[in-house]
Ligand binder design. Sequence first.
Ligand SMILES: [Zn+2]
Length: 243
Amino acid sequence: MMAAGAFAVGAIVGSFLNVCASRLPKGRSLWMPGSACPACASPIRWYDNIPVLSFLLLRGRCRDCAGRIAWRYPIVEMTTALLFAGAYLRIGWRADLVLALLFLCVLVVITAIDIEHQLIPDRVTLPGIVAGFAGSVATGRGSWSEPLVGILLGGGVFFVIILLSGGGMGGGDMKLGAMIGAFLGWKLLLPALFLAVFLGGVVAAALLAAGRKGRKDPIPFGPFLAFGAAVSLFWGGELCNGT
Ligand SMILES: [Zn+2]
């Protein structure tokens, strides 16, 4: 029952995360005006704004102009709903749940924006570093040194990569690394980084081999980092303890 509730709340929050993913890269306000069709500018009616369901009922098209609605909308809503239900089942009704949900929301927004724009906005990562640090200390999962070392390590790893590679990775990846360290602490940051590098390498190699991407094409790394961070949030403790 409660997990279904978390799923429903996640779907509604996911709908707001879509607004964030559309507007943050353009520097627009998240609160005003209400949502409108990007093709014909008609305001979205409340009954056409129901997460996932409206997309299915409208068959992915605007009611007014029949312009296509991006697949990102139902995917983000569904993903957020599943993550909320999963986090509730995994963590239970504790103070850390709020912090975990906030972290997952930030990761979803960053993934959506990085895939679409090859950009990780400072407006998300910098407040995220502060919120992650403050939240980790407040929920008392460890001492304050754990998220602090996480910030330094997560940012530092990418700082070194940027220095050595002269491109490929950007400052956005560095701040995202620091933010993940702030939320997870350095112990859970490590499996997140390993997973991201491993998966990123496999996917990049597959895209090169399939001829879908050239050697010089940028492949955003943020989504891999976000995926690694989410896996580490759910199962990192077990990975670290070897159980
Ligand atoms: Zn329209």
